[in-house]
Design a protein around this ligand. Structure first.
Ligand SMILES: Nc1nc2c(c(=O)[nH]1)N[C@H]1C(S)=C(S)[C@@H](COP(=O)(O)OP(=O)(O)OC[C@H]3O[C@@H](n4cnc5c(N)ncnc54)[C@H](O)[C@@H]3O)O[C@H]1N2
Ligand code: MOO
Length: 426
């Protein structure tokens, strides 16, 4: 359904095909991240109840069967179905009472019943629990009107978990459901990856804290609060947030100092080609290994990634939308690799466009998009921005994610199938 029309010429210098040949593709950049990054080899032991949002460094196995004993699924009466001869109704003497948390000491033999409550152990000899709404209690006897089925209303030992079964795999992120399963498995503590240490350096002499004083040519800092929010996660901690020096030597010493405290340094701005862009020269002075610099993507073309000794550096562009998009695409993949999370980075899926797209071909474009409905075939429909403006974030609040427009695409009709990647927390 996609219509790809290769374009002969190109619109601007930035997207010239010769120039783009030197730049790697988005998938190549993601492959290089995957090839260079391995999980941090350090774990913490934490109480299960404190594990929310952490990544398991070791699997969780069931310490016993769950449930650990046969128990009643209903408040009612435990009976032995084999003792119910003839057609009934049956009058059964109630010989004992077992609330939850108490052991069933009285064995059932013959036509009798034990008063039982949800979760209480089923007494030996009983093979069914009849809910109290289905019987008539008369003094110390109970009248059964219908024959219960064997096994009725009994939760069997081991029916949820067998002892030793792997309940949660290494690399799994602990959410409420995982914590529930871990508790049922008897895990008092869990071994989790230590939190990833991230240092954020926001460059640009022109940026000032949002809402504060600013001179005529100064701007409010969008990147610091935006990225701090995007990085808010139990699996990582921001160990430093620094205003980067607009000077190569001082910036290099800031990066060097932060490399001592962090596993990952994220910079914004200063990675383009002007003489005011100091991040790449500063990085080069640290004797780091550049893994990629520039990706054929719009927005975010200057995004760069490298290693400084044992730690990593991700250079995001200064334009806030470019920084947000590149953090979502590359930053999240990088963090997942470093924390050893095995779940895929929010898989792209196919959606249908709700209007035609006309664009200048050149780079793969990741355009802000909003899910807005379902078509008659059950496919999700997206609305999308008319253009990608890398300095503008006013439309971010309504965007659910990004649609991928292939590099060569100049026109797509309404109803075209495009890839969509949702925005997700890290
Ligand atoms: N001659 C060329 N110029 C540019 C190119 C190029 O290829 N050749 N690429 C353009 C593209 S694409 C991008 S993206 C930007 C990236 O530039 P930098 O990463 O060096 O970013 P800066 O120049 O520092 O800033 C760009 C822009 O963003 C504003 N900014 C920076 N930080 C913040 C912040 N924390 N909060 C809000 N806004 C911020 C800054 O004032 C600039 O307007 O380069 C193009 N140029
Ligand atoms: O590549 Mo840049 O389009 O402005 O982010």
């Amino acid at each position: 359904m996609d219509i790809h029309r290769p374009k002969e010429g190109s619109g601007c210098d930035c997207d010239a095909q010769d120039m783009l040949k030197a730049i790697i593709s988005i998938d190549e950049a993601l492959a290089r991240i995957a090839a260079h990054v391995t999980p941090i080899d350090e774990a913490n032991t934490v109480p299960l109840s404190k594990g929310l949002g952490r990544i398991l460094a070791q699997p969780v196995r069931a310490q016993g069967r769950a449930p650990s004993f046969d128990n009643a699924a209903m408040d009612g009466y435990a009976v032995a179905t084999t003792s119910l001869t003839g057609d009934g109704p049956w009058m059964l003497k109630v010989i004992a009472r077992v609330p939850a948390g108490h052991e069933a000491t009285q064995k059932l033999s013959g036509p009798c019943a034990v008063r039982i409550f949800t979760g209480a152990p089923v007494p030996d000899g009983a093979d069914a629990v009849v809910m109290q709404e289905d019987v008539t209690r008369v003094g110390d006897t109970v009248q059964l009107h219908r024959r219960p089925a064997a096994g009725q209303n009994i939760r069997r030992a081991g029916s949820d978990m067998e002892k030793g079964a792997t309940i949660l795999d290494k690399g799994h992120r602990l959410g409420p459901g995982e914590i529930a399963a871990g508790a049922a498995a008897g895990a008092g503590t869990v071994h989790v990856q230590r939190r990833l240490r991230v240092a954020l350096i926001v460059t640009g002499d022109e940026v000032r804290e949002a809402g504060g004083e600013r001179a005529a040519a100064q701007i409010w800092d969008v990147n610091t609060p935006m990225l701090a929010a995007a990085m808010d996660s139990k699996a990582l901690e921001i160990v430093a947030t620094v205003q980067g020096a607009d000077n190569c030597a001082r910036l290099a010493s800031q990066m060097k100092e932060l490399a001592e405290q962090a596993d990952l340094i994220v910079t914004t701005g200063g990675i383009s080609v002007g003489e005011e862009d100091h991040v790449i020269p500063a990085f080069a002075g640290l004797d780091g290994e550049m893994i990629f610099s520039r990706v054929a993507i719009k927005p975010g073309k200057p995004v760069s990634f490298g290693r400084i000794g044992t730690i990593f550096w991700l250079g995001l562009p200064g334009n806030p939308l470019s920084a947000y998009v590149t953090w979502n695409v590359f930053g999240r993949a990088l963090v997942k690799g470093l924390i050893g999370e095995t779940a895929p980075v929010s898989a792209r899926r196919h959606v249908i466009t709700n209007a035609p797209i006309h664009r200048k071909p050149g780079r793969v474009e990741l355009r802000l998009a909003t899910l807005c409905g379902i078509d008659a075939d059950g496919r999700e429909i997206v609305d999308f921005e008319a253009a990608t403006l890398s300095g503008c974030v006013s439309r971010l609040p309504i965007a659910h994610g990004l649609i991928y427009l292939p590099a060569e695409v100049e026109y797509l009709p309404t109803g075209a199938l495009v890839q969509f990647q949702p925005f997700c927390p890290v």
